[in-house]
Design a protein around this ligand. Structure first.
Ligand code: DSN
Length: 432
């Protein structure tokens, strides 16, 4: 068995686990990863994340810690903070959130004072592309804060800023949340800023999905308009699994206090080190090219689906993400996503706006290009991938057809190794 990252120490202690990791490694290598929130961290990011930094406690912030021994931890966190501020042009950065959901909770806590009577947040509804932490009823964000939602236009499925303004005037929220987990178009942060200002609300932008595009200049930045910006670090930004909060200087103290001691204990220093590496990588011309190519690929993928007869929500894409209605190809979203997985095309079922079907088996499939672009694929490949998707969803009951596509996907993936797999291709037979 060859493995680009042989977990030799794990194998010596826990061969069962090592075998599973090796299989997952092969799965990731030979699958076309189309989940738009996933990517590949570089070897440098992986290496920094897997260091002795995991052994150190450091509650507090650089130069203000509750434990001794911070001689090297402080400058590591300061590197990450400085790089985040420079990359996004933000006054302040907090690099400690464990991931996107805790970052969002901390952001609300920072933006809405404990004694404030107005605890209303106004965000995009989950079924139209928002996130659970944007006040969905099953999320604690709706227990601690009073959640209200806006939607997209019923016909175009685009954000309708006049309607959002009307909704904001009606709700009078303390915080307007912009940003999405399933919106294929560009977001007008300046317009959101104007609406927030008009109604006297704070603006929070959750750019978890598009942070890498913002960093690479492929999507407008919310930083000039938002009081607080939250993001994960492992999606288009291509860092380790973690969270990041950017803010104005005015919000800096509230944000820091909300993260620690408000929400979290000791920061994960190994992850912060991995983030420092990722932020340095994201500041390079190569990353700018990556961000632009991700969008070009997404447009090409949307076009390929349209050519294959799929109904593409909003008719295309301006970012890294494409949402299509699998029922237009004769399957439910879940059936479509399962068929695609059998064909080596990894995606997730997702609601389409105003979906008549249940969230457990919705109408749509959400796909995206961040990971394939990291592997060096371009527009011509997207045309092929789009055809494979249509063929797989339509041919979901045809095992031979799904196998035929899967072998072609594996051949393509073998020709374009993923970042982090520079050591060589995993053994393909591990997947048999
Ligand atoms: N899991 C993320 C996504 O897939 O969009 C959201 O948290």
């Amino acid at each position: 068995m060859t493995s680009p990252n042989p977990p030799a120490y794990v194998a010596s202690v826990d061969p069962d686990l090592a075998a599973l990791i090796a299989k997952e490694e092969a799965r990731q290598f030979y699958t076309a990863k189309l989940i738009p929130s996933e990517n590949y961290a570089s070897n440098a990011v992986m290496e920094a994340t897997g260091t002795v930094l995991t052994n150190k406690y450091s509650e507090g912030y650089p130069r203000k810690r509750y434990y001794e021994g911070q001689q090297f931890i402080d400058p590591i966190e300061e590197l990450a903070i400085g790089r985040a501020k420079a990359l996004f042009g933000a006054d302040h950065a907090n690099v400690q959130p464990y991931s996107g959901s805790p970052a969002n909770l901390a952001a609300y806590a920072a933006l809405i004072k404990k004694k404030s009577e107005n605890k209303r947040i106004l965000a995009l509804s989950l079924s139209e592309g928002g996130h659970l932490t944007h006040g969905h009823k099953v999320s604690v964000t709706s227990r601690f804060f009073e959640a209200h939602h806006y939607s997209v236009d019923r016909d175009t499925h685009l954000l309708d800023y006049d309607a959002i303004r009307e909704r904001a005037l009606e709700v009078q929220p303390a915080v307007i949340v912009c940003g999405a987990t399933c919106y294929p178009r560009s977001i007008d942060f300046a317009r959101f800023g104007a609406i927030a200002q008009e109604v006297g609300a704070k603006l929070m932008a959750d750019i978890a999905h598009i942070a890498g595009l913002v960093a690479g200049g492929a999507h407008p930045s919310p930083v000039p308009y938002a009081d607080v910006v939250t993001t994960t670090t492992h999606k288009t930004l291509r860092g380790p699994r973690g969270g990041l909060i950017l803010s104005t200087a005015k919000m800096a103290r509230s944000v820091d206090r909300a993260v620690f001691p408000g929400m979290q204990g000791g920061p994960h220093n190994n992850v912060i080190a991995g983030l420092a590496v990722a932020l340095a990588e994201a500041a390079t011309p190569a990353f700018r090219d990556y961000a632009q190519q991700t969008v070009r690929n997404s447009r090409a993928l949307a076009d390929a689906l349209l050519a294959g007869g799929a109904r593409v929500i909003t008719g295309g894409s301006d970012n890294h993400l494409v949402l299509f209605d699998a029922t237009s190809l004769g399957a439910t979203g879940k059936e479509g996503a399962v068929a695609m997985d059998l064909a080596g095309l990894e995606a997730n079922a997702n609601t389409v706006p105003f979906d008549p079907r249940s969230p457990m088996d919705p109408s749509g499939v959400r796909i995206g290009t961040p990971a394939l672009t990291s592997r060096g694929l371009s527009e011509a490949h997207m045309t092929l991938v789009g055809q494979w998707i249509c063929d797989a969803v339509r041919g979901r009951d045809d095992a031979a057809e799904l196998r035929r596509i899967r072998e072609q996907v594996r051949d393509l993936m073998a020709a374009y190794p993923a970042p982090g797999f520079e050591g060589g291709a995993p053994d393909r037979t591990l997947l048999d």
